[in-house]
Design a protein around this ligand. Structure first.
Ligand SMILES: Cc1ncc(COP(=O)(O)O)c(C=O)c1O
Length: 387
């Protein structure tokens, strides 16, 4: 006779629908709106490489990329080869630039799936050229020059010698030259201007040697807004696509719409007598008769533990304060002053409810970080639902 401890035969299992009470809803009309806001700032000769790394900043790279391609985007940027492969596996066929570092042992897979690497070091170019030698056509690559980010890239004086080396006389074709700005969100443009001068000087050296690369790209979201002189032939927006300004305090904020809402449902409402406590370490002790709603979301979902006793969610259109420690899978909020909260009621962690709204920028302010980190942290347990 079968006992409860026996493994369940696979054939006895029903299909697996989603049961998550926590859902990230992705508003594709907001994405399209933000794309229009970006396009409005660009000259007709400037194209967009949409940055969809880190699972499209938590929004789901496949769903976002497919929507962007439908809106006419034909260049995407990811950080890793695996992110690029996931797009290819989902049938995304447009150009995908792998912007992060690629090491030689990763190159065969990258080429097999027609991903475009960024060369950040002359030694990688030489190794890559060896691997690409047998191909009928030169393999397209972008070259990254470090003009001041102090992170990844060739030094300005290394670019011309590398492009004149045998690697670029057959096996490889330099399709693009890029750099990344370290301080484009700063009101003081001095450092950005210095980076642009260094970039232009490299472009000038290449031109003087008879080399012109079709794609020059520098601008992230902040530079798209602040520095039209950084637009060149491509721009690389990330955070703006998802509805957030890259510049925390700005005189005339861009008209952007947050794309992601994060909601969950109340699973229990508990009565608390004065002196009773909530969650680990008793970090919240009731000073009055209270009602506490339990939410099935925690730091494993990217709802940061530092929100313990800090910040709020929206229930019935009202602010419900987070009380006690945020746990791995649960968070408790005070609903004493919100009438008739019941299990099943919606709680909004990011998004709008009634006349109130919580944005990823609000969470970032509570946590002393940036909206990027809030969005990227939202974990895989919350299904991304596109509408
Ligand atoms: C190389 C590169 N380009 C563009 C971006 C997009 O930046 P943002 O999200 O600020 O627009 C990033 C993101 O960090 C990046 O690493």
């Amino acid at each position: 006779m079968a006992s409860a401890a026996d493994p369940i035969p696979a054939s006895n299992l029903p299909p697996f629908p989603h049961h998550s009470l926590t859902v990230a809803t992705i508003d594709l009309s907001a994405l399209a709106h933000n794309l229009v806001q970006i396009r409005r700032r660009l000259s007709p000769s400037c194209d967009i490489l949409a940055v969809v790394k880190a699972d499209a900043y938590g929004h789901g790279a496949v769903g976002i990329s497919q929507a962007l391609v439908r809106s006419g985007i034909n260049r995407l940027g990811v950080a890793t080869i695996d992110e690029g492969l996931a797009l290819r596996e989902a049938g995304v066929r447009v150009s995908v630039l792998v912007m992060g570092a690629v090491l030689p042992n990763q190159l065969p897979d990258l080429m097999a799936h027609q991903l475009t690497p960024v060369i950040h070091d002359p030694s990688i170019a030489a190794r890559f050229a060896e691997l690409a030698q047998s191909r009928p056509e030169p393999y397209p690559v972008h070259v990254k020059v470090d003009t001041g980010m102090g992170r990844l890239g060739l030094r300005p004086e290394e670019v011309l010698p590398m492009l004149q080396s045998p690697s670029f006389k057959g096996p490889l074709r330099a399709e693009g030259l890029m750099t990344h700005l370290a301080d484009a969100d700063n009101q003081n443009p001095e450092f950005t201007m210095a980076q642009l001068t260094r970039f232009r000087s490299v472009v000038g050296q290449l031109a003087a040697a008879g080399l012109s690369l079709p794609l020059l790209h520098v601008a992230n979201s902040a530079a798209i807004f602040r520095h039209p002189s950084a637009h060149f032939s491509l721009v690389r927006p990330g955070i703006m696509l998802y509805g957030y300004s890259p510049i925390p305090v700005i005189e005339s904020p861009p008209d952007l719409r947050p794309v992601l809402s994060l909601t969950t449902q109340v699973v229990q409402v508990r009565a608390l007598a004065p002196g009773e406590s909530v969650s680990y370490n008793r970090a919240f002790v009731a000073t009055r008769s209270s009602r506490i709603a339990v939410l099935p979301i925690g730091y494993a979902d990217g709802y940061n533990r530092s929100l313990s006793n800090r910040g709020h969610v929206l229930i019935h259109g009202c602010e419900a304060r987070i009380v006690g420690r945020v746990c791995m899978d649960m968070t408790m909020v005070d609903v004493t002053d919100i009438p008739s909260v019941m299990p099943g009621d919606e709680a909004v962690l990011i998004g709008r409810q009634g006349s109130r709204q919580i944005s990823a920028a609000d969470l970032a302010a509570w946590l002393e970080t940036i909206p990027y980190e809030i969005l990227c942290a939202i974990g895989p347990r919350a299904p991304r639902v596109y509408r």
